[in-house]
Ligand binder design. Sequence first.
Ligand SMILES: [Cu+2]
Length: 142
Amino acid sequence: MKIALHSLLALLLFSLTPWATAHSPSERARIFFVNLQDGAVVKNPFRVQFGIQGFGIVPAGTKDQRRHHGGHFHLLVDVPQLPDLEEPIPRDARHLHFDEGERETILTLSPGVHTLQLLLGDEAHEPFEPLLISEKIRIVVQ
Ligand SMILES: [Cu+2]
């Protein structure tokens, strides 16, 4: 009985520990927009480039060790309130996933003011802890 309990504990620790540590970006890691600043004025269609420092990019669904050192970008378009950060990031017209590890996209948005924000997610599309999220920028589409 005692051995069984030990095995169970070891299994529990084994399954929890790597998840809690190796998966976490450093506090210095950051993501950002490379070519757009807050207040930028753009014409359709326009390119949005994603930047990352201190952490890597790997495709969604990566199963090997690389998943501990990287994630993939999500672009939040006109999202006033962040989704539940304990859940996978929604996948819809306002929450765009870059599953292949893309570092840029081309957008076409209605004329007017829009907000853009980047959020890095892990192999299961869940945000990291600590959170890797960019500044939210406001752009004007002409
Ligand atoms: Cu995703």
